[in-house]
Design a protein around this ligand. Structure first.
Ligand SMILES: Cc1cc2nc3c(=O)[nH]c(=O)nc-3n(C[C@H](O)[C@H](O)[C@H](O)COP(=O)(O)OP(=O)(O)OC[C@H]3O[C@@H](n4cnc5c(N)ncnc54)[C@H](O)[C@@H]3O)c2cc1C
Length: 260
C-alpha cells in the first residue's frame, strides 16, 4: 500500500508545420508576416483567428485599417470578447498518473473537446493499491490509521483472491480478464490509476475554472492546480487573465472571462 498524489505529464501538444504556414502566407500575399507567440499552440490560435477578418496587416482586407500587433494583444481581445472557438484549434495531450477513480469519474463528465484513454482495471490486475489521502484524513491520526489499515486489508484481499483462483497459473487471457474484473469490485473507489486526457485550449480553460473552484472535490482541485501551474508557464497568453487564490491550501483559479 502506498500513499500517492496526482502527477501531471504533458506528453504532446499542437505543432506548427512551418512550410505549410509559410506557403499559406505566400498565397495570401503576406510572406513576411510573423508573430511573437511564445508557443506553437498560441501561434496557431492567432493565425486561425486572424484569417477570419484577414487581419494580418492593415489593408489586406480593405475594410481593415488597423490591426492589433502581437500575440498577447490578439489573444487578450479574443478572450475578452468571448471568441473561444479559435482556442479549439490547439490540443494538448496529458497523462494523469496516481489519480483515483473518484477523479477519473469526475473528469470524464467533461465531454466537449476531450479525448480519453483510461487504464483498464479489467486487464491490469491490482496486486498493490495506492491512494490519495484527503486532508481531513491526514489531519486526524486515528482517521489516518483507519484509512491506511483499510487499504492494506483491501490490498491483502486482492492477493488472497488471486491465490484462491490461482490466476497466475491460468492460461487463458479471457479468463484472467474475467477474474481481474471480478476482483476489482472489492477495490476502493480511491484506488490510484492512470488516465490519458487530451483537450483543446478552450476546454482546458473551462475545466480549470470548474475543477479548481472551492466547491469541487479536493483531489481534482489539486490535480487541476498542478495542470494550471504547468500551462500558465507554457502558454502564458492563453491564461494571462487568470488569477490564483489559495483556498484550503489549494489553488482557486479565477477569471473575469469565464467559459469563453
Ligand atoms: C463542483 C462540482 C460539483 C458537481 N456535482 C455533481 C453532482 O452532484 N452530480 C452530477 O451528476 N454531476 C456533478 N458535477 C458534474 C457537472 O454537472 C458536469 O457534468 C461536469 O462539470 C461537466 O461539465 P459541463 O456540463 O460543462 O460539460 P463539458 O463537457 O465540460 O462541456 C463544456 C460546455 O459545453 C457545452 N455542452 C457540452 N455538452 C453539451 C450538450 N450535450 N449539449 C449542449 N451543450 C453542451 C455546455 O455549455 C458545457 O458547459 C459537478 C461538477 C462540479 C464542478
Amino acid at each position: 500500500m502506498k500513499l500517492v498524489r496526482p502527477k501531471v505529464f504533458l506528453v504532446g501538444e499542437t505543432r506548427v508545420d512551418e512550410g505549410g504556414l509559410r506557403a499559406y502566407f505566400d498565397h495570401l500575399g503576406v510572406p513576411q508576416w510573423q508573430t511573437d507567440a511564445p508557443s506553437d499552440a498560441e501561434r496557431i490560435v492567432e493565425v486561425m483567428g486572424r484569417l477570419c477578418y484577414r487581419s494580418f496587416e492593415a489593408g489586406l482586407n480593405p475594410n481593415v485599417t488597423k490591426v492589433r500587433k502581437g500575440n498577447k494583444a490578439y489573444l487578450d481581445n479574443i478572450i475578452q470578447v468571448g471568441h473561444g472557438s479559435v482556442l479549439e484549434h490547439a490540443v494538448l495531450n496529458f497523462i494523469f498518473a496516481d489519480v483515483s477513480r473518484v477523479v477519473t469519474h469526475e473528469l470524464v463528465r467533461h465531454r466537449a473537446g476531450t479525448a480519453i484513454s483510461q487504464e483498464s482495471l479489467r486487464f491490469v490486475r491490482l496486486d498493490t493499491l495506492s491512494a490519495y489521502a484527503p486532508m481531513h484524513i491526514q489531519e486526524n491520526e486515528e482517521g489516518m490509521t483507519i484509512f491506511t489499515r483499510t487499504l492494506e486489508q483491501l490490498e491483502a484481499v486482492q492477493r488472497e483472491l488471486a491465490r484462491v483462483y490461482a490466476i497466475d497459473d491460468e492460461p487463458g487471457f479471457s479468463v484472467k480478464k474475467q477474474l481481474t474484473s471480478a476482483f476489482r469490485r472489492v477495490a476502493p473507489m480511491g484506488v490510484a490509476t492512470t488516465i490519458g486526457w487530451s483537450c483543446n485550449l478552450r476546454t482546458l480553460r473551462h475545466v480549470i475554472e470548474h475543477r479548481t473552484d472551492p466547491h469541487a472535490e479536493e483531489e481534482i482541485r489539486y490535480l487541476f492546480g498542478e495542470v494550471f501551474r504547468l500551462v500558465r508557464e507554457r502558454y502564458p497568453n492563453v491564461f494571462s487573465d487568470y488569477e490564483m487564490e489559495m483556498v484550503d491550501g489549494l489553488p482557486w483559479v479565477k477569471t473575469a472571462h469565464g467559459k469563453i
